[in-house]
Design a protein around this ligand. Structure first.
Ligand code: ASP
Ligand code: MG
Length: 411
C-alpha cells in the first residue's frame, strides 16, 4: 500500500553534488532507499561554490545587481543539479524526474533574494510519487504571484526541503552535508569538538543564526513551527548524525551545548544622534524598510542631549545599511556614520542555561584573562553573544570550549 510506506525528504548540499563522482555517490544512496521500498523526495543545492560564482558574475556587471534578475541568475545553479541528478538516477535504472521551484509550486512573496514561502502546492510531487518516480527538486527557489523567480536566502535549499517535508507530511527530513552532524564547536578550530546526538529546535536555531553553517536559520524556524523531524548527516560517511528535536527535560545536562562564531558581521555606528523620543524609530524604520536584518543594537549613554547608536548587520548588507544611514543621519541631524568590518560574534548556546547561573560571568572572565575586548553583548534565555575583534575569534572559541568542558560533552 502506497500510503503506509514511509516518506523521507533528503536534501543534499553543494559539496554532496559538487562533482559528477559525488552525484554518482548520492544517486547510489537514493537508489538504495527506493530498493528498501521507502518513498523519497530529493532536494538539491547548486554544485559547490556555484551560487558564489554566479553572484560574482553579477557583481562584475553591477555593484548592486537588479534583485529580480539576480534571482533568476542564482536559481540556475540548482536547475543544473536537478537535471544531472535525475539523469544519473536513470543511468542506475531508477525512475526520477526533476522539478524546478515553479514546477513544484513553491509560492513566495516578492522579497527577491530573501523571499518568504507563502504556500507550497506539491501536487506534481505527489503525482510523481504515486507513479513511483523519485522527484528531484531544485532547492532555494520559488516564484511570486507574477511567476517571477525568487530565491529564499543563502542556504535556502534547507528551507525548501523542510517546507516540502511539512507539506507532504513526510516522516522526516534528512539534511546531508559535509559534516556528520552538529558539533559542540567548529571542528576546524577545536579538534576536540564533539558531535551532539540531539539538539533542540531552539538551540539549533540559535546556532544557525549565530553562524554554525549546517542549517539555514529560517529553515529551523519553519521546522519548529511545523514539527518537522530533522536529521543532519554526512553524505560522505555513514553515521547516525544529529537529530533536531523538541526540547525535553532530559536534555538539560550541561549549561552550554555549543560555542559558535560568525565572522560575517559588521558594526555601523551613528555618532552624535540627538537624544529625543522617537529617534530609534526614525533610525530603524528605514533599515527595516530596506529589508536589512539588524542583530544587536546598543545605545550609548548620552551626553549634552547627544548619543551614539551602534548596530550590527551581516557584511553582505553593510553597504546598503551605510546608504540608508547616510540619509537618516542627514534627516535627524546626526554627526556622522562609522563602520567597523573586522568584528565577529562569539556565542555560547544551551537550553541548560535556563537552569544554570553564572554562564555569562564565566564567559567574560575567559575573555578578560586573554585581554579580548568585548564591544557588544546580547543574551537570550539560551544564549550569550559577544562581539569582539575578528582576529580573536579562534582563540575565544577554543578557550570557551575548554572552559565549559565541551570536549567531555555527553548527551
Ligand atoms: N545554492 C544556494 C546557496 O549557496 C542555496 C543552498 O545551497 O542552500 O546559498
Ligand atoms: Mg547549507
Amino acid at each position: 500500500m502506497v500510503l503506509s510506506m514511509s516518506l523521507v525528504v533528503q536534501k543534499y548540499g553543494g559539496t554532496s553534488v559538487g562533482t559528477v563522482d559525488r552525484i554518482k555517490d548520492i544517486a547510489g544512496r537514493i537508489a538504495a532507499v527506493t530498493r528498501d521500498n521507502h518513498r523519497i523526495v530529493v532536494v538539491v543545492s547548486a554544485m559547490n561554490h556555484e551560487t558564489d560564482r554566479l553572484m560574482m558574475l553579477a557583481h562584475e556587471i553591477s555593484a548592486q545587481p537588479d534583485a529580480r534578475e539576480l534571482d533568476l541568475l542564482l536559481s540556475s545553479g540548482e536547475r543544473t543539479t536537478i537535471a544531472l541528478v535525475a539523469m544519473m538516477l536513470k543511468e542506475l535504472g531508477v525512475k526520477a524526474q526533476s522539478f524546478t521551484g515553479r514546477q513544484v509550486g513553491i509560492f513566495t512573496n516578492s522579497a527577491h533574494t530573501k523571499a518568504r514561502i507563502e504556500r507550497v502546492v506539491a501536487d506534481r510531487i505527489t503525482a510523481a510519487l504515486e507513479h513511483k518516480f523519485v522527484p528531484i527538486v531544485a532547492g532555494f527557489q520559488g516564484i511570486n504571484e507574477q511567476s517571477d523567480v525568487t530565491t529564499l536566502g543563502r542556504g535556502g535549499s534547507d528551507l525548501t526541503a523542510i517546507a516540502l517535508a511539512a507539506s507532504l507530511h513526510a516522516d522526516r527530513c534528512e539534511i546531508y552535508t559535509d559534516v556528520d552532524g552538529v558539533y559542540t564547536a567548529d571542528p576546524r578550530i577545536v579538534p576536540t569538538a564533539k558531535r551532539l546526538d540531539c539538539i533542540s529546535y531552539e538551540e539549533m536555531l540559535e546556532m544557525a543564526s549565530l553562524g554554525a553553517k549546517v542549517l539555514q536559520d529560517r529553515a529551523v524556524v519553519f521546522a519548529a513551527n511545523h514539527q518537522v523531524r530533522i536529521v543532519v548527516k554526512s553524505s560522505f560517511a555513514n553515521g547516525s548524525g544529529t537529530k533536531v528535536i523538541k526540547e525535553h527535560k532530559g536534555m538539560e545536562r550541561n549549561a552550554v551545548s555549543g560555542v559558535t562564531y560568525d565572522r560575517n558581521q559588521a558594526k555601523v555606528t551613528l555618532v552624535g544622534v540627538p537624544d529625543t523620543p522617537g529617534i530609534a524609530a526614525r533610525i530603524f524604520d528605514p533599515v527595516a524598510q530596506a529589508n536589512i536584518i539588524v542583530d544587536m543594537i546598543i545605545q550609548n549613554i548620552g551626553q549634552d542631549a547627544m548619543t551614539d547608536v551602534s548596530f550590527t548587520v551581516t557584511k553582505d548588507d553593510v553597504s546598503r545599511a551605510i546608504e540608508v544611514m547616510n540619509c537618516v543621519a542627514q534627516e535627524i541631524h546626526a554627526k556622522r556614520v562609522e563602520v567597523t568590518r573586522d568584528i565577529a560574534k562569539v556565542s555560547l548556546v544551551g537550553v541548560g542555561m535556563r537552569a544554570h547561573s553564572g554562564v555569562a560571568a564565566k564567559m567574560f572572565v575567559v575573555m578578560a584573562n586573554e585581554g579580548i575586548n568585548i564591544m557588544m553583548i546580547s543574551t537570550s534565555e539560551i544564549k550569550i553573544s559577544c562581539v569582539i575583534e575578528e582576529k580573536y575569534v579562534e582563540t575565544a572559541v577554543e578557550l570557551l570550549h575548554r572552559e565549559f568542558e565541551l570536549d567531555k560533552a555527553v548527551r
